[in-house]
Write a protein that binds this ligand. Structure first.
Ligand code: AHR
Length: 500
């Protein structure tokens, strides 16, 4: 049966937020060194940043970039990464069993962020460090002049304050793998006191407190409740992290991963609102989904080195993505967008080389993974307000999530241009599904219809071929005599329909 998507400009969820299209740069593997930073590369600028990577970051449409971790931040001393390069120490990075020469630190990152046109989202170390070090970093970054640390920044070449607005209070502090892992109560107290003191320096900050590092964590839910009870008045957002991958060849369940993300967001929002009610608070806490992606965590390349081997910038987490992975990424973007009322920021983890849409050869070529395309299209075309469609679709059986609709989607409407954009996935591995869109608006024209799909959903891009599969015009799209729009969605596909 054809799927049906009914849209009305009145079914508005909330604004399309640019921050939904954030990403993440961690000192991990080759994300920083030989990723964004590669002084030996022909396109490198005076700071050693690859211009080709900056160009693709812009093409991807990235809004915010979270930095410098991730698990890395929980052992990080930010002071190691500022000042003259020759004085910077090489340190062990315990999180990834690597060495970090500290060639890139906060000042370099801020220069890169400006060139890439992205908003920084800075994380402080609440693993091995605490309130004072967070305050020091904030003073270094955001205070104008006349204090020891502000003047140190100026002496290091950054006359103007960095003016960083979004700050993460640590990373995944619920995870036993985290350096300085804490109970919810221990972390909640530390995060509250850190946030309270940081706001004494700069009341305008937006602070993200750590939620769970996955909906499967044994403490999920209870963690959010305790942490938010301790921190509610001091923070703005609670983080959520989720990674999905195809397990044991179960492509059907994998394609339905957004069902988990939907439930995850709903549960965090419900918990935050329950804490709000119990504490008689008036403001709402929103979700910063600041790590999400497909990540094949059990692959060998995700295992850090061991023993005496502490390499600089090893090959780590360099997943190669398939068309099916890109369709899942597209469906996760749909999930984030339809929760735009409560998901106020998100970061695709990560940006370059490490579980990334952009890949580099050291000193050599740059190329796009399959997951680049749904992200770039959604970031470019989602404008105005998010509309909640009513979707009628056949379902299919999945081992992990029960019966799941074959077709999922969301739409945006831009009152300025009058353009409606529908983003839809077909999760069937075998069948093309005809889609009918009923748009309750006048004078509909078809601007463009594209599909991203391939006969082999396990096709992946490589350094030698990253353009065989691209979003291509879908010639089946048409406007019917009744003023509906129809379009055939190929099996395992990500589709974009632009209507004027
Ligand atoms: O993005 C890779 C890692 O995943 C991050 O360092 C950590 O926060 C998460 O577990």
């Amino acid at each position: 049966t054809p799927a049906r998507l009914t849209l009305d400009p009145a079914f508005c969820v909330g604004p399309v937020r640019r921050r939904t299209f954030g990403s993440f740069v961690e000192h991990l593997g080759r994300c920083v060194y030989t990723g964004i930073h590669d002084p030996a590369h022909p396109s490198a600028d005076a700071d050693g940043f690859r211009q080709d990577v900056i160009d693709l970051t812009r093409e991807l449409g990235v809004s915010t970039v979270r930095y410098p971790g991730g698990n890395f931040v929980s052992g990080y001393r930010w002071e190691d990464g500022v000042g003259p390069l020759e004085n910077r120490p090489t340190r062990l990075d315990l999180a990834w069993h690597s060495s970090d020469p500290n060639t890139v630190g906060v000042d370099e990152f801020m220069r890169w962020a400006r060139k890439a046109g992205v908003e920084p989202m800075m994380a402080v170390n609440l693993g091995t460090r605490g309130v004072q070090e967070a305050l020091d970093l904030l003073e270094y970054c955001n205070v104008g002049k006349g204090t020891a640390l502000a003047d140190r920044r100026r002496a290091n070449g950054a006359e103007e304050p960095h003016g960083i607005r979004m700050w993460c209070l640590g990373n995944e502090m619920d995870g036993p793998w985290q350096i300085g892992h804490k109970t919810a109560h221990e972390y909640g107290r530390l995060a509250a006191e850190t946030a309270r003191a940081m706001r004494m320096i700069d009341p305008g900050l937006e602070l993200v407190v750590c939620g769970s590092s996955g909906s499967g964590m044994p403490t999920f839910g209870a963690w959010e409740q305790t942490v938010l009870t301790e921190t509610y008045e001091h923070v703005d957002h609670v983080s959520a992290h989720a990674y999905y991958w195809e397990e044991d060849g179960d492509l059907d369940s994998f394609l339905a991963s957004a069902v988990d993300m939907d439930g995850f967001i709903d549960a965090v929002v419900a918990t935050a609102d329950a804490v709000r009610a119990a504490g008689k608070h008036t403001k709402r806490i929103n979700v910063s989904f600041d790590e999400w992606n497909v990540w094949y965590q059990k692959r060998a390349e995700s295992r850090p080195p061991t023993g005496d081997d502490w390499p600089i910038a090893p090959v780590l987490l360099e997943d190669t993505y398939t068309v099916a992975d890109a369709v899942v990424v597209g469906s996760l973007i749909i999930s984030l967008l339809r929760h735009t009322d409560r998901v106020h920021a998100a970061s695709l983890a990560q940006l370059v080389n490490v579980i990334a849409p952009i890949m580099t050869e050291p000193g050599g070529r740059v190329w796009k993974q399959t997951i680049f395309h749904p992200f770039a299209q959604a970031s470019r075309l989602a404008r105005g307000e998010v509309l909640r469609p009513v979707i009628a679709s056949d379902t299919y059986a999945t081992a992990k999530f029960g019966d799941v609709p074959l077709v999922d989607g969301v739409a945006t409407y831009d009152a300025e241009t009058g353009e409606t954009v529908v983003f839809a996935v077909n999760r069937s591995t075998t069948d093309t599904v005809p889609l009918a869109v009923e748009l309750r608006a006048h004078g509909i024209t078809l601007i463009e219809a594209t599909s991203y799909a391939h006969a082999d959903p396990r096709w992946s891009a490589s350094v030698d071929d990253d353009d065989t599969v691209l979003p291509r015009p879908n010639g089946s799209a048409a406007i019917t005599a009744d003023g509906e729009v129809t379009m055939d969605l190929p099996p395992v596909s990500w589709n974009v329909l632009r209507l004027g």
